[in-house]
Design a protein around this ligand. Structure first.
Ligand code: BGP
Length: 469
């Protein structure tokens, strides 16, 4: 739809940036922090681990000052569960509690709204040893952890996100560490874990509303429009299958407390359906989000499954291998260009995604990740000329404005990432930030912070409420 006149971004729009604890903080075993599954996982060869990352744990004041200089209205970060509960449950670590308290105060000092992700991939290793999400006791541990966060930060934090990209944890478990190959039926087990995470999320939402009536809470999956590889009806059906399994399973449950019927029929067909205990559906029905947060990097394209052993293939995200015999086959989109890392760039798909989510759920939306990973270069004159990043954001922000004009309620944009950090699989050389962190994969140098060109660009954009792009 073409609009002659575009709606302006709301005055109180939450312009900001996003990060996660294990990718940014470092100090992986300091001040009583317990190890997480990320700390103890085998990390990809040839790239750095997460032990020091961007050393934000020690440099948070400088980092927050830079965010304030950019004009951030909000900052979305995650709390490392094992910094608060080194064993996942049991005794609290006061130093861990103190760190986030100081960080929150520092943000509020500059009028930056903290948006807290409670769990961003880094399950405490002690819980993993007891079965991780396969063990229903992890649901209780998460509820206890949530309660501790509400008690300690609820006076200052108004925005809460439950679980980052639960759908990616389930769909790409090998890459994030939720897959236990020793299990007899790992795939079935994953959907049991998924069920437990959904219960944990519902309980955290209920508790938040009980304890903090003024706070708002929502899920944070990765959502992207799914295109059919052609106008063939069978391809459209395949796209619909994948959308149900990748996107709507998670949001239908978070919002309506029920399994999406297409996703459920897939689980039954494959023999993956989880055991649902008595009372589970009541708990799931009680959790209601106040908004939906979602991460968007790219769209996906799939075609009809041929069931010939070749359904799996790379799609929009070069890292994501997509396909499911009998349901859909991964495909590439010939209409899109890709990033240096092979991820398809699809700003228009962003608008479609915003519209689709809003049409289904009618809840306010916030974008908690969107961004471009690139090999940025620090020039001899001290500049980082990341014009490609500005171009990427320009195009995506334009689509938010179009979606706003389409009537979609969007209240914030927190792109990935506020500052350079370590990529989930591709090390510290794959950079996303507005602020450059001067380190290499294996040479930490001084971890100096440098304002990239995109820093000044984003600063102007925020000051003009999204007008000057
Ligand atoms: C999302 C994760 C982030 C971040 C981002 C970029 O899926 O929530 O933690 O890693 O993707 O991905 P990558 O680091 O693989 O480039």
């Amino acid at each position: 739809m073409l609009h002659k006149q575009l709606n302006a971004f709301p005055e109180d729009f939450l312009w900001g940036g996003s990060t996660s604890a294990y990718q940014l903080e470092g100090a992986w075993d300091e001040d009583g922090k317990g190890p997480s599954v990320i700390d103890l996982a085998n990390h990809v060869e040839g790239v750095t681990d997460f032990k020091v990352a961007s050393d934000h744990y020690h440099m948070y004041k400088e980092d927050v000052a830079l965010m304030a200089e950019m004009g951030f209205k909000a900052y979305r970060f995650s709390i490392a569960w094992s910094r608060i509960y080194p064993q996942g449950d049991g005794a609290v670590n006061p130093k861990g509690l103190e760190f986030y308290s100081l960080l929150i105060d520092e943000l509020l000092k500059y009028g930056i709204e903290p948006i807290v992700t409670m769990y961003h991939f880094d399950l405490p290793y002690a819980l993993e040893e007891r079965g991780g999400w396969s063990n229903r006791a992890t649901i209780d541990a998460f509820e206890q952890y949530a309660k501790t966060l509400y008690e300690n930060y609820g006076d200052r934090v108004k925005w809460w996100l439950t679980i980052n990209e639960q759908n990616m944890l389930i769909l790409h478990p090998g890459s994030i560490g939720t897959l236990n190959e020793n299990m007899t039926d790992p795939q079935k087990e994953l959907y049991q874990q998924n069920h437990h995470m959904l219960l944990a999320q519902a309980k955290a939402m209920v508790l938040c509303h009980q304890m903090l009536p003024d706070a708002k809470i929502g899920p944070a999956p990765n959502i992207g429009v799914i295109y059919p590889a052609s106008s063939k009806p069978e391809d459209m059906l395949a796209a619909d299958n994948y959308a149900a399994i990748r996107n709507w399973l998670y949001l239908d449950m978070a919002v309506y407390g029920r399994y999406n019927h297409i996703a459920w029929s897939y689980l039954v067909e494959k023999g993956y359906q989880p055991v649902i205990e008595e009372g589970d559906m009541e708990i799931l029905g009680q959790g209601h989000p106040d908004f939906i947060a979602f991460n968007y990097y790219t769209s996906q394209t799939v075609g009809e499954s041929k069931n010939d052993g070749n359904d799996y293939s790379h799609t929009g995200d070069q890292h994501e291998i997509v396909g499911e015999p009998g349901a859909y086959r991964g495909s590439v989109n010939p209409n899109l260009q890709t990033t240096e890392f092979g991820w398809e760039i699809d700003p228009v798909g962003f608008r479609t995604t915003l519209r689709q989510i809003y049409s289904r759920y009618h809840l306010p939306l916030i974008v908690t990740e969107n961004g471009l990973g690139a090999f940025d270069k620090l020039e001899d004159d001290g500049t980082v000329n990341d014009e490609y990043r500005m171009d990427f954001f320009r195009k995506h922000i334009e689509q938010i404005q179009l979606a706003l004009t389409d009537g979609v309620e969007v209240f914030g944009f927190c792109p990935w990432s506020a500052i350079d950090l370590v990529s989930t699989h591709q090390g510290s050389s794959k950079r996303y930030g507005f602020i450059y962190v001067d380190r290499e994969e294996f040479d930490l140098k001084e971890l100096r912070r440098v304002r990239k060109n995109s820093f000044y660009w984003y600063q102007k954009l925020i000051a003009s409420r999204g007008e000057i792009r």
